[in-house]
Design a protein around this ligand. Sequence first.
Ligand code: PAN
Ligand code: ZN
Length: 188
Amino acid sequence: MSDALLEPFSVTIDFGTGALVPDPDVLARRLADLDGYFLADITDPEVGAYTVHEVRVPKTGNNLLSSTTVLEPGKVGDEYFFTKGHFHANRDRAEIYLTLSGEGVLVMALDDGRTVTKEMRPGVANYVPGHWAHRSVNTGTTPLVFYAVYIGDAGYDYATIAERGFPVIVVEGNDGPQVQPNPRYVTS
Ligand code: PAN
Ligand code: ZN
């Protein structure tokens, strides 16, 4: 057996705030942690961008990890606040995002630049197959809260996105959110 036998357990999720009971591992990202990710300069690096609340489970391939993300509304330049975005370190590991509150766009991209965007709104479950980098963008005026479930040994490759960016950006246009080519995207 590759893992200890776990006791069944339950977690309570507040759909509005993303809070989990019992207490999860919490990671908080400020705009300072997103330095270099936006086209425009960040004027207030201390502003909170998002928090991730992860259910405590061993990070092995036979477990399912899960977390809520609470992504604040806001913009840097014309770009809406977003998560760093990543490929999974084990690239073929899949993931599901279920939006609990707020509205946004899920940007997914392959290594070759192929890009798919999907709407995030309460009740929508987005399936992120293996090999697709993924980033959430809050296009609304309230926190975007979603619950993610992923294979325990998925891991994170942030470096590729930090270096190359995503092929598209999501900006505020005259008629609402617009998906546009990222002028700084570095092709492989
Ligand atoms: C999510 C993300 C979370 C924060 O749980 O990790 O939304 O985004 P970044 O990790 O890109 O900063 C997930 O996709 N886990 O695999
Ligand atoms: Zn992921």
